[in-house]
Write a protein that binds this ligand. Structure first.
Ligand SMILES: [Ca+2]
Length: 218
């Protein structure tokens, strides 16, 4: 009853009954699929939005002297960007060790080879970003002991990004780029102490090298 195929560009996923306790023996699968950017119709000029960044002169050359070896004169960098799925949790509370939410890359739900995280307990997980245009989620509860469940939002983002991890409460961040290789530095306001990593880097697997740090009272 709780299975769903979801589409981009964004939406909300909650455990069954949320914010009331989920049922025992639940088994729910969600598959999120980004809208296929290749199917987006180009404007009449034949120039897509990302193509608009190409200098006019370069575009003219392509239009005036089509490469005889290619049927499609569209320059490579005019192709629309690939999209991946970003999952951000707002609330999370599952019976630790017994009830789990498994998050995987791609559209083959339950495929152990594609598992990104198996989540349980009460800490709100950090951002998760897929490397494909699909992400699957599997929620399973056992036969006893229930909790409030989870609420997460999903969003399509451009491939090559780890997504915006946010800024810790009572803290500040240096850096506002979230693409592969980008680093963010965090600092806390006076009277607060940084817990976690002071700097995190966006890795090639679309995950930050560590969780966003927190700021706690000294
Ligand atoms: Ca349980």
């Amino acid at each position: 009853m709780c299975d769903a195929h979801l589409r981009g560009p964004s939406g909300i996923i909650t455990s069954p009954n949320f914010p009331i306790q989920y049922d025992n023996n639940a088994h729910c699968v969600w598959i999120i699929t980004a809208l296929n950017p290749a199917k987006v119709r180009l404007p009449e000029s034949g120039v897509s939005e990302s193509c608009g960044q190409v200098p006019v002169r370069e575009r003219s050359i392509h239009l005036l002297i089509p490469n005889p070896f290619h049927h499609n004169p569209t320059p490579q960098n005019c192709l629309p960007p690939s999209l991946v799925i970003k999952l951000a949790f707002e609330e999370f509370d599952l019976e630790r060790g017994y009830d789990t939410l498994t998050v995987g890359d791609g559209g083959q739900d339950g495929d152990q080879k594609t598992v990104l995280y198996i989540l349980t307990g009460t800490s709100v997980p950090d951002l998760i970003v897929s490397t494909h245009h699909q992400m699957w989620l599997l929620f399973q509860s056992d036969s006893s002991g229930s909790s409030l469940g989870f609420k997460a939002s999903y969003e399509e983002i451009e491939q090559g990004s780890c997504g915006d991890p946010g800024i810790p409460a009572y803290g500040q961040r240096e850096g506002s780029r979230f693409r592969h290789g980008d680093t963010l530095e965090f600092e806390c306001q006076p009277a607060f102490e940084l817990v976690g990593q002071k700097s995190i880097t966006c890795q090639k697997n679309n995950q930050w090298s560590a969780k966003k740090p927190g700021c706690v009272c000294k």
